[in-house]
Write a protein that binds this ligand. Sequence first.
Ligand SMILES: *Cc1c(COP(=O)(O)O)cnc(C)c1O
Length: 375
Amino acid sequence: MRIPLAKPEITEEDIKSVEEVLRTSYLSLGPKLIEFENIIKEYTGIKYVVTVNSGTSALHLIIKSLNIKDGDEVITTSFSFIASSNCILFERAKPVFVDIEEESYTINPDLIEEKINEKTKAILAVDVFGQPAYWDKLEKIEKKYNLFLIEDSAEAIGSKYKEKICGTFGDAGIYSFYPNKQITTGEGGAILTNNENIYNLSKSYRNQGRGEGSFWLEHIRIGYNYRLPDLNCALGISQLKRIDKIIEKRKKIFNIYKFYLRDIEEIILPQEREDSTVNWFNYVVRLKDNFTKIQRDALIQFLNENGVESKNYFPPIHLQPFYINLFNYKTGDLPITEKISDRTISIPFFNELTEKEIIYIKGKIKEGLLYIKSL
Ligand SMILES: *Cc1c(COP(=O)(O)O)cnc(C)c1O
């Protein structure tokens, strides 16, 4: 048996939608682009959507549109995928990491204020693994200090915080549609905002700095080619149309895991919170504090060797080699982030994961635990 960590769900309907685009001459900047942006608007209730070719591009264009630049600081989390921090570096601003909160693994709002100074321009929080950050507290801090607030909701399409859908908090938010995310376009992403200025600028930056109504070869500012082709938009439309079913499936798998893993006393399961409903991106178990990073790494290796693909989501960003070189971060700088990230393991989680496979995974986790305790 070989169970992958993630697997996109592609239906016949999805294939047909993409094929239809191939039979037209609109492969980019065509009607599917507009339709995809419109259904994201409908789904989330947001005013403006700009689709782009990746979640990373979406983050970059928000930073750029907010004119965050050299000398500015952005407060963010180290317990995330690298792109949520790299987007700040793209514009030569400085990411300032704040430790996370133990239950949700999201940025700890109570530790933010001590890091704010006159250089601070924004807070960029991540709905990590699908779990919403504490948006009400973050919004209070944003207002009090007159900052921008950015939501990296790459992993949280379909999640809700206090009944409000993730991706719609702060001044702007993003989704990613990479194949391991809850819905996919192959590669792709989207910017969501109620701010007209962010919308207009991102749209222009996405398309080589062209203005609304510019001639094709007239460029009114610097720009990029971050466009999402219509082929990918068609896949996104087809996927987003069944998001409710996708959420249902993932919830069911989450609950099957919860049932089978509940009696393994060495691990802490993903925590469910009263204030949110989560459309889980992945299933992350955490070894209790008495285990070491060496044991965690050995368990990951054991699982991979036994047909259960698993990964160390997430190594802390501040301890990535080039962040250490740039900013001199060292072990111990973010104790909670480091403690958790030394002990977490992402195990297979995708729409078509079966109960039988989950039982197999459980067996391997138990065998692996016996093995790492003997180390
Ligand atoms: C996937 C991801 C991104 C980047 O999205 P891409 O589409 O892969 O560029 C950014 N932030 C987080 C938290 C992610 O998980």
